[in-house]
Ligand binder design. Structure first.
Ligand SMILES: Nc1ncnc2c1ncn2[C@@H]1O[C@H](COP(=O)(O)OP(=O)(O)O)[C@@H](O)[C@H]1O
Ligand SMILES: Nc1ccn([C@H]2C[C@H](O)[C@@H](COP(=O)(O)OP(=O)(O)O)O2)c(=O)n1
Ligand SMILES: [Mg+2]
Length: 236
């Protein structure tokens, strides 16, 4: 694994290499634990994980664009909302609590969400992850860093006017308990109060890529494409 890192293009900065090295160590410990539990079932990770957080208000088009990124750049798509809805459907111990939280337009405790994300990352044989709809709060962010031990390489922010988001959510038609006017208003308030600080945090760290999320799906993807194209050589 170390040889792999060393043979990467010489254009990579030393700070990138240092970050890579630290992520590799974390990844090794993450996967070693799993390998011990399920020897031979899960292929060892040989590549450095590349993590993208996909942020934006409800209905801003995160999921839609993630599908295009998966098709074009071969990422694994982990939607925090989908993982939580799967927990509800499986009637797990946390299911009822998650359902009530989502109906109220609130945020599920980070420990629950991070564990679901962690499990998916460990089971995946991909090393490139799109983590969609997460972190939605500072608590989410800190919890991910503490439990997973890595920081994102890229943070996408789909910046969409509120009235457009409301229109899209009300037309989404997926039978979701939170796609109604009452819950969407609460979700927009939560987004402003709790999610925007996370977006500002990554902006200050120089990791934020803001996408103007109006126009056709294809027009929006043309803003997304060059971001990942620029990383393709180094990430694989
Ligand atoms: N550029 C777009 N223009 C119009 N509608 C869109 C666009 N992108 C997505 N949608 C639609 O808006 C709704 C919300 O999109 P989605 O990808 O689920 O957003 P998010 O995951 O951010 O909540 C979906 O019904 C989707 O088909
Ligand atoms: N990090 C997260 C992500 C989603 N949730 C809950 C609360 C959110 O309103 C719902 C739905 O999230 P989802 O990402 O599917 O919603 P949108 O795609 O933005 O419409 O899930 C959460 O509590 N914590
Ligand atoms: Mg979504």
């Amino acid at each position: 694994m170390w040889r792999r890192v060393a043979s990467l293009s010489s254009s990579i900065s030393s700070s990138f290499l240092a970050q890579t090295a630290s992520r590799l160590n974390t990844w090794e410990s993450l996967t070693t634990g799993i390998a011990q539990q399920a020897k031979g079932v899960i292929a060892p990770k040989e590549k450095t994980p590349f993590i993208t957080f996909v942020l934006g208000g409800p209905g801003s088009g995160k999921g839609t664009q993630c599908i295009k990124i998966v098709e074009t750049f071969g990422f694994a798509h982990l939607s925090a909302g989908d993982l939580l809805r799967r927990e509800i459907a499986s009637k797990s111990a946390d299911g009822a609590m998650i359902l009530n939280t989502i109906k109220e337009g609130k945020i599920v405790p980070s420990q629950v969400t991070v564990k679901l994300i962690q499990k998916e990352m460990e089971l995946s044989d991909n090393h490139k992850f799109l983590i969609d709809g997460f972190p939605r709060t500072e608590e989410n962010r800190v919890s991910f860093e503490r439990i997973i031990g890595v920081e994102p390489n890229v943070v996408l922010f789909f910046d969409c006017p509120e009235e457009e988001m409301v229109k899209r959510v009300l037309n989404r038609n997926e039978g979701r308990v939170d796609d109604n006017l009452e819950t969407i208003k609460k979700r927009l308030t939560v987004f402003q109060a709790l999610s925007l600080p996370v977006i500002n945090y990554y902006s200050e760290k120089g990791k934020l890529y803001t996408i103007k999320a109006i126009g056709t799906e294809d027009e929006i993807f043309e803003q997304v494409r060059p971001i990942f194209a620029a990383f393709e050589q180094t990430v694989g």
